[in-house]
Design a binder for this molecule. Structure first.
Ligand SMILES: [Zn+2]
Length: 117
């Protein structure tokens, strides 16, 4: 993650917190007599802030790499390929294909070719 992205991330996180905080103030203020309508302002603010934080904290899908070794005739000499996420056996990759989708957990695995000559 670059420095600029981290900065944007922190700024977004801080504004989400501010939104939740302001929303709570509105909700608390709604308890004064005749100010019940303030809940209608505070509640969506808290909800929006919570949603933003949830989205910020959700980890982005990572793509793991498996190394495949090829012998000169192009056959796979490496042991059975295994999904780095769930350990399920992966279908043998064709040379030149970079990504395999795991049939068990549906995650994408990057195939790294390493020819041995
Ligand atoms: Zn898997």
């Amino acid at each position: 993650m670059s420095r600029k992205q981290t900065f944007v991330h922190i700024t977004a996180f801080a504004s989400s917190l501010a939104l939740i905080f302001l929303g709570f103030i509105f909700i608390i203020a709604a308890f004064s007599p005749g100010r019940m309508y303030r809940i209608a302002i505070g509640a969506p603010m808290v909800a929006l802030g919570g949603l933003l934080i949830y989205r910020l904290l959700k980890p982005k899908p990572k793509i793991l790499t498996v190394t495949v070794k090829w012998d000169p005739s192009g056959k796979i000499i490496a042991k059975e390929l295994k999904c780095p996420y769930c350990g399920a056996p992966l279908p043998p990759p064709k040379p030149g294909i970079e990504y395999i989708k795991c049939p068990y957990c549906d995650r994408t695995v990057k195939i790294l070719e390493e020819p041995i000559w």
